[in-house]
Design a protein around this ligand. Structure first.
Ligand code: CA
Length: 232
């Protein structure tokens, strides 16, 4: 079994050691750094982590800055982050969560709580793998990410035009629902935008081509419009 890798970003040696000890005991592989800068070095070197334990008060880049920066980088944006804060820093917790931390633990904490929180985050991360962003939806093996304007099927990234993307987004958001061409036009551009029915048809044709073996998911409803096939 592959051990899950946890990065501990903590500048207090005794705390970092205690955490590492408990994580190892519970079967995790641990890595320790004492600054956000160093953590980024590891990430940029290509090290992969399943979760980051992040001390809020760090010399140099603090935990909030780190979190903010982390979330701006696409490859790291989905790594769960649990912040470690002192009780007196609890007001910062709100900012931490706003900056993209998934959870926080107040020091001093019991190893049992720590492990439970880590497990919860790792479980969540596995459940939503590849679609961790709230702005990402998955249907029938197609993953559509609105933040990055990306669509992928398995390892294949599709290159879609803005219209194709919006149509797919619309369909994937309501499988089974039939959309008339007019409804699609309205959804795409708001009322009154000069897009013709014909343009929608062309977008659908191209979208189906790009979806390759998933093309049949987009069904034509004769005399009405189109819909995303609802899977049983
Ligand atoms: Ca500290």
């Amino acid at each position: 079994m592959i051990k899950e890798r946890i990065l501990i970003v903590e500048d207090e040696d005794s705390i970092a050691e205690l955490i590492a000890f408990n994580l190892k005991k519970n079967g995790y592989e641990t890595f320790r750094v004492d600054s956000g800068e160093r953590a980024f070095e590891l990430l940029n070197d290509g090290e992969k982590f399943d979760l980051i334990l992040l001390d809020l008060m760090l010399a140099g880049m603090d935990g909030l800055d780190f979190c903010k920066k982390l979330r701006q980088v696409k490859e790291y944006a989905n790594i769960p982050v649990i912040m470690l804060t002192a009780r007196s820093e609890e007001s910062d917790v709100v900012s931490g969560l706003e900056f993209g931390a998934n959870d926080y633990i107040t020091k001093p904490f019991s190893p049992r709580i720590l492990i439970a929180r880590i497990r919860a985050q790792l479980r969540k991360a596995t459940q939503t793998e590849d679609s961790t962003s709230q702005n990402s939806i998955e249907y029938a093996g197609i993953i559509l990410n609105r933040d990055f304007h990306e669509v992928s099927i398995g390892k294949n990234q599709l290159t879609l035009t803005a219209n194709e993307f919006s149509i797919l987004d619309l369909f994937m958001s309501s499988p089974g629902r039939v959309f008339s061409r007019d409804a699609i036009i309205v959804a795409l551009h708001g009322d009154g935008y000069p897009v013709t029915d014909r343009a929608i048809d062309v977008s659908i044709v191209n979208l189906r081509k790009k979806l390759a073996d998933k093309a049949s998911l987009i069904e034509t409803v004769r005399g009405v419009g189109y819909k995303m096939k609802k899977l049983a």
